[in-house]
Structures are given as C-alpha cells and as structure tokens.
Design a protein around this ligand. Structure first.
Ligand code: 6BB
Length: 684
C-alpha cells in the first residue's frame, strides 16, 4: 500500500495525482520513490529533490528537466510530469522495474557477447538519438541505464548533459561524470567534444558488460587518472577478437582516432547476427498525437477532441501531459486506452483530469500491524515477465511524517563515415592488480592481453588532471555529486578493505561540520524505520542508556534505537519486539531465484543469518534487522556512504538458502565489492 504522506505541504499536488510508495534509491540530493498515476493506474518513478539541499546543483536539475522534455525515444527514460513547489521538485518518470543495468551485470558476473550486443545496440541507439538532438550525456555508466518491463534499456540522469550552443561539434570545458568512465581529455581538463567523450564512456561501459569489472580502476584517484590518461587496460582471455577490436577503437586516447557514434551504428561487431544497422530514430516522435488517447481524455475531461489535442500539444508536463503519455504507453503495451472511472466525490465537480483524485479515500492506511494490507504495488509484478514475483512486498504505514522513515521492506529486483579498424593485440602478462579486483583479476591474470594501440598521449599530459581531488570532510557537499563517483578515497573504501570507519561516531573531526551531522541525523532517521539492534553485552547497555538519554549520535524513536556496531564484536544479541519475533518465527520468505539473489549451499536460514550477523560488525557495517532482512549502512565523515539490504530467504528450486541483496545508496562498484566481501567472508 502507499506509504503515508511524508513530503511537505507543497507536495499536495503530488498526492493529488499519485499514490506514492516506497523509496527505491537515494543519492546526491534526490530520492526516487515508486508511485502510481491514479487516473491511468500506471506505475511511475518519482524523483524527489529538495531545493534547499540542491543548492548550487539546482541549475543541473533544470538542465535535466529541459533535456528530458525535448527527448522522446524508445531507449531514453520518459519524463511525464514536473511538479515544482516552493521547496521541492518532483519529476515523474517512466517506470523501469528491472532496475539498474549495473545490478544486472554483477548478478551475472558478466554478460555473454550475444547478450551484450542486444544491450549495446540499444545504448548506441539512445546515444545516436541524444547526439542527434544536440546533447552530450556526459555521465554514461551502467547505473544510468535502467531495464524496463520488456527488458529494454532506458537511459536516465541527464543532469550533466550539455547542449553546446553552436552544436555538438563545439568544445566543452566542464569536467564531469564518473571518473572511471571519463575520457582522458576530460580528466586532463582539456576542452573536449561531448560526443567524443561519450564514445569513450560507451567503450568503458561495453568493457564492463563483457567483463563484469572496469577497464580502469583504482582506489586512488591520481592512479586512476594516470591509468585513464595512458589508456592501457587488460583484455581478458574470454574476449573475442572482434570485441577486443571494438573496445580498442572506442577507447582511443586521442578523441580524433576514436570511433564516432555514427560509425558504431553499422560496425561489424554491432551488426553481427542482426545484419542490420542500429535503428536510432525515435519510434515515438513528439509531434505525433494519438487519436485514441485524445478521445479517451476528451470524454474524461468533458471537452472537445480539438481542444484536448490543443491542450496536449502544449506539452506542459502537467497532469495533461502525464495522462496522455501514460495512455499512449498503455496502448503500445496492448492495454485498453482507458482512464479510471471518475471518483464518487469530486469537490467542485471539476473533471478528475483537471482536479486530480482524492487519493486518501481510495487508500487504506492502517495503524494495526496485523491489518490486511491492500493496495501494494506488488501485484504489478505480473507485468514484468522476466522478473520473478518477489519484487515488492506491502509497505507498512507506520513512520512519522518526516519524509522518509517508511522504508519498511523495500524489495526490488529487487539494451557514411570513414571507418578506422586498426588493431594488433600485444599480449602482456602478469600486470599488477588493484586490491579491488584482486580476486577477479587472479582469475584473469596471465590470460590477458593488454591494449596498447590506443595510446596516443604524451607523458607530459599524464599528470594534468582536472577532476576534483578525493573528497575530504572539508569539501562542501556542493562540490560533490554523490552517486556519481566511481572513485572513493581510501577512507570511503575502508569497509571494503577492512579498515577504518567507525560507524558509531561520525568521523572526520571538526571539519565534518554540524551540517554533516545534521544530514547524518536525517539519514539515520531515514533508515531507522526498523529497529532491531545487534550488540555485544557491554555495548548493549550503553546503547540502551543512550536511547533513553537521547544520545545525539543515535536516533531515538519510541524507546527503540538505531544502533551502530564496532569492530570485534564477538557475539550478536538481538532484542526482539513482538512483531520482530513474529517475523523470525514465521521464517524467511520463500522466493524464486532471481538475479539479485546469491545462492548458498546451506539449508538452514538461521545459520546463514547468524553468519552474516557476525560478519557485519567486523566490516564496520551498521545494520538494523527486521526478521530475515538486514538494512545495512556504511558511514564516512558523518555521512552514509552506502545503504543496502541483505535478506536471507528460502529458494524453491533448488531448496537452499539464498541471500537477496539490494543497493539503496552509494557507489555501485564499491557496493559490489563490499557485498561480495561480506558473502564470501560469511562462508555461506
Ligand atoms: C526509475 C528511475 C527513473 O531510478 C536506485 C536509483 C524508473 C527507477 C524502478 C526501479 C526499480 C523498480 C521499479 C522502478 C529515472 N531516474 C531514476 C530512476 C533511480 C533508481 C534506480 C534503482 N537504483 N523506474 N525505476 F529502478
């Protein structure tokens, strides 16, 4: 069922037209919630931003909105509706239940060349279209490609896109994007052509699809920049000669020697098994107006078809736009082009399309934990044939109206120019590996050929880097773009590498600032909707004291605390409220195997749960437990750097225990390594 209204007053406009469900992700200054457009009954994603938090990033949101308004393509996530209040901005967007391409890759370790081709053709299609509209995306990475219910890719996050005034051929100066995907000319602070930089990122992305890890990676920014500037990477032995050639042509250090997107459209590797170039033109151009949708809207609005058409053509990204676009989407999916019947009560007898529906009447809000829950999004999962039916569970409506505390049980899953084909692979063995990829590289080592042909950079260029230095506590939030950083400082990666973060006290000394602590407080609140603690006996008493005393480092809520753990806890004691006891007594959920579930060889879920519980403190990971679900967080400099869920569940075939994982916040690759680390150390 929809979660209780938590957004400030100005959000009435949102609740007028949408049912709002759980938060599925947060990063930077946006959080994304699932929602349903009441009039069409269609699912949507709602990106919520607080203007004050956005600060200097506000213009980026405006850029994103303007770009998305002008883009309409089968592989670009559609913007439906923009609601701006005095304090907030809501962007209502296309629903992509398959989640991020990133999670899909890591769940499969890496993709076959055939599956990679399906996705890569869609990426080329999206990028060719985006470039044709005069935009460069500038933040291409697997986290910014979502999978829709038909298993097609949709490009998101145009916050860093650029539309040079004189056209795409004009040079840009702003250095942005995620370092690991950034082109050499970009990190060196040179002026660059946006489309050329995008092709480099597409090369890194292609590599990630085929290999399951990044071609250029290091915990240390400067080392990473050097690797990118040299343009050398290892080709693992499983790559076909064709893949090696294409990667090499895309990751050319000299942008003028790189393939162009146009050349990618009919590249031999891209055309293999298809024998046709990539279709990049929009199948849904903005100019065309669908008569069936207009008829249905006209009836609903009690207007003429002509005036309805005129209204739709204004493209105001309001209730009219979203209704039209969602009706069209229904039509394309073979569903009836119908709006929901009018509500029984309509305050001033205005049509629902203009007035909006009074959602609360239609919803069940329950105070009773055991009440039957209705209205959950989970029944929609049938629409998504390739994802098994365990993505959503009902949301309990209990949290305070603080904006986000209702993340109760989020289950998410959780594609005419000159050609240059020059390649001569030069094998080189035994390269040094980064700690991050040690394990995987061990498999790869001795079986790789290093790419050398793409190097066209003078050593003097190598040390000139324009990307921001690693984040320090003093660097203000305005300078950072969380979730856009593939790189972390050694501190940020402390958990992965088994070191420093003390999750209890915000670290970072004085410069970690009051603001950070305030933010931390809010984040604690956000993730503190479940409250089971795990403490060693001595920490337990201290923490309980703190709970009663309202210790500033911890969030107190109704006698329950959200606790942190320090390293070296040898014993985990859980304190159970009746409902939590019930959650454990009822046993783990039974689910079908899906890509974000790691299978274990064990059959006892409690044993698996205990193994994970005992490992989390060692890795400095904060967690709250509800039944078999652990909501985990890592902290650095008083900020949540990572948030994810681990859920012990029972699989049906084979009948073994599984661990479902879901990233909620933080860098995707760091998350991957951290979860791999937890699960391998847990010996499950
Ligand atoms: C979007 C979405 C659209 O999500 C955390 C960040 C659209 C997300 C979605 C999903 C899973 C299940 C159901 C729906 C535009 N911008 C951002 C968006 C960002 C989140 C993706 C998941 N990880 N549908 N969904 F992702």
């Amino acid at each position: 069922m929809p979660v209780e209204r938590t957004e400030p007053r100005g959000a009435d406009e949102l609740y007028k037209y949408y049912e709002v469900y759980e938060t599925i992700g947060s990063g930077g200054f946006a959080k994304v919630k699932l929602g349903r457009h009441i009039l069409t009954g269609e699912k949507v994603a709602i990106k919520i931003m607080n203007k004050k938090d956005l600060g200097e990033d506000l213009p980026r949101v405006k850029v994103e909105i303007e770009a998305m308004k002008s883009l309409s393509h089968q592989h670009v996530c559609r913007l439906y509706h923009v609601i701006e209040t005095s304090t907030q901005i809501f962007m209502v967007l296309e629903y992509c239940p398959g989640g991020e391409l990133f999670d899909y890759i890591i769940a499969k370790d890496r993709l076959s060349e055939e599956e990679t081709r399906v996705f890569f053709r869609q990426i080329v299609s999206a990028m060719a279209y985006v470039h044709s509209q005069g935009y460069a995306h500038r933040d291409l990475k697997p986290e910014n490609l979502l999978i829709d219910e038909d298993h097609n890719l949709k490009l998101i996050d145009f916050g860093l896109c650029a539309k040079p005034k004189g056209g795409l051929g004009y040079e840009l100066m702003t250095c942005c994007g995620s370092p690991a995907y950034a082109a050499p000319e970009l990190i060196q602070g040179k002026s660059y052509i946006g489309s050329e930089a995008d092709v480099w990122s597409m090369g890194v992305l292609l590599f990630a699809l085929l290999c399951g890890y990044l071609p250029f990676d290091d915990d240390n920014c400067m080392v990473l920049y050097r690797k990118i500037a040299r343009g050398k990477y290892d080709n693992p032995q499983w790559l076909s000669p064709g893949s090696i050639l294409l990667l090499n042509q895309m990751m050319q250090v000299d942008p003028k020697r790189r393939l162009t997107v146009r050349q990618l459209l009919d590249h031999p590797w891209v055309m293999k098994d298809y024998n046709s170039p990539v279709e990049w033109r929009s199948r849904q151009p903005l100019g065309h107006i669908d008569e069936d949708c207009i008829t249905e809207m006209a009836v609903n609005m009690k207007r003429s078809r002509q005036s309805t058409t005129a209204l739709v053509k204004e493209w105001r990204y309001d209730q009219t736009t979203v209704t039209y676009l969602l009706l069209l989407s229904k039509k394309h999916r073979g569903k009836p082009v119908r709006l929901r019947p009018e509500p029984a009560v309509c305050e001033d007898s205005c049509s629902p399309l203009h007035q909006g529906l009074q959602t609360r009447d239609a919803l069940h809000f329950s105070e009773d934990e055991d009440a039957v829950i209705v209205g959950s999004l989970d029944y929609y999962i049938d629409d998504c044939p390739w994802v098994s039916g365990t993505q959503y569970t009902p949301q309990r409506v209990t949290g305070p109206p603080d904006g986000t505390a209702n993340i109760k049980d989020t289950r998410l899953p959780s594609p005419s120019v000159e050609k240059r084909y020059a390649y001569s692979p030069t094998p080189e063995r035994g390269r040094t590996t980064t700690p991050h990829h040690q394990e995987r590289r061990e498999r790869v080592q001795g079986q790789t050929s290093e790419n050398k042909e793409n190097i066209a950079v003078q050593e003097k260029d190598v040390e000139i880097f324009a990307l921001p230095p690693p984040r320090t506590p003093a660097s203000s939030k305005k300078n950072t773009r969380p979730n856009k950083n593939v790189l972390s400082t050694p501190n940020q990666n402390a958990n992965v590498n088994g070191a420093k973060t003390n999750a209890v006290t915000p670290k970072g000394g004085g410069s970690a600032s009051k603001e950070n602590n305030k933010k931390r407080g809010a984040e604690v609140k956000e993730l503190a909707s479940t409250e089971l603690l795990a403490f060693s006996p001595e920490r337990r008493s201290r923490s309980l004291d703190m709970a009663f005393m309202g210790d500033s480092g911890k969030k107190k809520r109704g006698g329950k605390v959200f606790g942190s753990l320090e390293r070296g806890l040898d014993k985990v004691i859980t304190m159970l409220t009746p409902s939590k006891r019930r959650a454990l007594r009822d046993g783990p959920r039974k689910i079908k195997a899906q890509y974000n579930v790691t299978l274990t060889s064990q059959t006892n879920p409690d044993q698996v749960l205990n193994q994970i519980l005992s490992i989390l403190p060692e890795k400095n990971i904060d967690f709250t437990q509800k039944g078999y679900t652990l909501k985990c967080q890592t902290w650095d400099f008083g900020k949540v750097t990572m948030a994810f869920e681990l859920e012990v569940c029972m699989l049906q075939r084979p009948e073994v225990v599984g661990v479902r994982r879901q990233r909620l916040k933080g860098d995707a690759w760091v998350y991957k390594h951290l979860v791999e680390n937890i699960l391998s150390t847990s010996r499950i």
